[in-house]
Design a protein around this ligand. Sequence first.
Ligand code: CP
Length: 306
Amino acid sequence: IKHLRSAADLDLATATLILDTAGEMAALAGREVKKLPTLRGRTVVNLFYEDSTRTRISFEAAAKRLSADVINFSAKGSSVSKGESLKDTALTLQAMGADAVVIRHSASGAPHRLASWVDGSVINAGDGTHEHPTQALLDAFTMRSRLGRLAGLRVAIVGDVLHSRVARSNVLLLTTLGAHVTLVGPPTLVPRDIAAALSPATKVSYDLDSVLPDMDVVMMLRVQTERMQDSYFPSAREYSRRYGLDLARMRKLPEHAIVMHPGPMNRGMEITPEVADSSRSTIVEQVANGVSARMAVLYLLLGGKA
Ligand code: CP
């Protein structure tokens, strides 16, 4: 494949190849191999129109570890503030010889538009409420590393599904990889038609306590208060009482089950600090795995091997 705009761009063979390659990248890092010459002479542009900590830094680290030249573009402080369009910004980057453009944008579909304007590969680093495919890849990589498989895994994705690009990409990718997904949250934030549109096999539950004992993975989502204008949201206290993961709820999970969160977290709202910092939590591991997963994506897309 040339672009990674959606988790739906990945069939089982390609997704598995990326996860296996991420495993090789992680193994090399574990053997203190800090840098590979693979992308020497290639240019990766990080084009960020929305704030990011993890995704932006890990794409930069991934590209540098593969010896690519990296240009970091942030809309803040650029000519975007003078009204320059995404297309004109893209053509400027194209003129600078970008081999890959990693884009985060508040508009769903921005990576698809960008791919029609530039010659290089386009990688979606999060577009509006639509998708975040490399987050899904690093999440799948983390599950496979911790639990040894993906096929047949039972995964609950809990919380603000309505606004979550992480949830959408995870449902698509995990379904492709043979896992069983249940979306859990208040009815206003987990509409049944979203689950059905993503994958007919996806289940929906409004009762977190009844779901937990059957899960191998529980993935808590950030409550996106900044996108909440259009949706009914109970008070933070009511939300935490019904859908927050605290120690008492975590104990309902099977012994082997893991707790995930893509970050950034609202500690005390969707997850308590005790759970986030517990040995079952993979939150820090997910960040480390993000570098390996993004190295694999850049390596395979720019190397033409995926
Ligand atoms: N998980 C995630 O996308 O985090 P950032 O917004 O910090 O990149």
